[in-house]
Design a protein around this ligand. Structure first.
Ligand code: LMR
Length: 327
């Protein structure tokens, strides 16, 4: 400590440490579009809490839910420009930009959660994350929500019941093709507009998970729901690539560990939340029909053209992995 004057009112050492601590502080803005009491909303909160604990408060993940900062359409530019550092879009949002991601939106691609997990954790997940890199995005984790169900103001059991109806979709060509195959029209709109579009009659129906249907109160503006499990809605947790690469290794480790814990917890929770909200939803004024096995087969046959159209876009490597999943 030669040269330090200990008679000063503050210790230069302590002062330096404090300055350093301040300079070291890191803020990560995480924007998403759903409610806080959904699988994604709760996962982001958990992640933020874990990062705070693991970094002793040095890293702060600021969470912006409900699309208050950006919609699912504007969040990409915001991520790219560095206005935010993390997003967790639904796969369909990505499919609109990066065709390979359409694989996760193919109708009836996954029979159950086990199939989904295998796809995320295996070669499909790896190839999809690789496809993000040229877009300045770094894939960090896959988070579950659940299987999608149909809601409408008309009962829907058979493909012909879709005829002439307009369904709100996440803007994506594969979802557009799915509704076209059913004789309906897909209408791309941000998630935050769904309620209003249904209320005003601009669209007749929509597809979503139980959790999104319940927390957005879509039962107030829809008369019928068909439990169809025809598609899967999950999320890719993404960071701005440059931002990630510039982080010191210790910080990267903290983030990775926090994400790993969050993912394990949240993927269990997603099932429980959808289950619990399914119980609530059944108390609402919504007429619910569960597709029978025969009806499901008829839907699958009607949507087969989506595979024919998108397999070439997705590419043989990923399509082969999907086939192997079912083998
Ligand atoms: C939707 O737009 O329906 C979903 O992407 C919302 C979400 O993020 O769960």
């Amino acid at each position: 400590l030669i040269g330090f004057r200990t008679d000063l009112p503050f210790s230069p050492l302590a002062y330096d440490e404090e300055q350093e601590g301040l300079q070291d502080r890191l803020i990560i803005k995480f924007s998403h579009v759903v409610a806080e009491n959904t699988p994604k909303g709760l996962a982001v909160e958990r992640f933020s809490q874990l990062v705070k604990e693991k970094s002793n408060g040095r890293i702060e993940v600021q969470v912006f839910p409900n699309g208050i900062l950006y919609s699912d359409i504007t969040e990409y530019d915001a991520l790219r420009n560095g206005d935010i550092q993390m997003i967790a879009p639904a796969f369909s949002n990505l499919a609109d930009k990066i065709p390979e991601w359409s694989v996760l939106d193919l109708p009836f691609a996954f029979r159950d959660e086990t199939d989904v997990e295998e796809a995320f954790n295996g070669e499909i997940g790896r190839l999809l994350f690789e496809s993000l890199e040229p877009f300045d995005m770094k894939g960090m984790a896959f988070w579950n929500n659940g299987f999608k169900q149909m809601t409408s103001n008309r009962p829907i059991r058979r493909p012909e019941d879709f005829k002439g109806q307009r369904f709100r979709i996440i803007q994506s060509k594969v979802l557009e093709a799915q509704f076209q195959a059913l004789g309906a029209k897909g209408y791309g709109a941000p998630f935050t507009d769904v309620y209003q579009k249904l209320a005003s009659g601009q669209v007749d129906g929509q597809e979503n998970t139980i959790s999104n249907i319940y927390t957005r109160r879509l039962y107030q503006v829809q008369r019928y729901m068909t439990l169809s499990n025809h598609g899967y809605l999950g999320y890719a947790v993404i960071m701005n690539k440059q931002f990630w690469e510039d982080l010191p290794p210790e910080t990267q480790t903290i983030i990775q560990e926090a994400l790993k814990e969050t993912t394990a917890y949240s993927n269990q929770q997603a099932l429980a939340i959808n289950e619990q909200q399914w119980n609530q939803l059944q108390k609402m004024p919504l007429e619910i029909h569960k597709l029978t096995a025969e009806e499901t087969e008829v839907w699958q046959a009607a949507m087969k053209s989506v595979y024919d159209a998108f397999a070439p876009v997705i590419g043989p490597a990923i399509m082969k992995e999907l086939e192997d999943l079912h083998a």
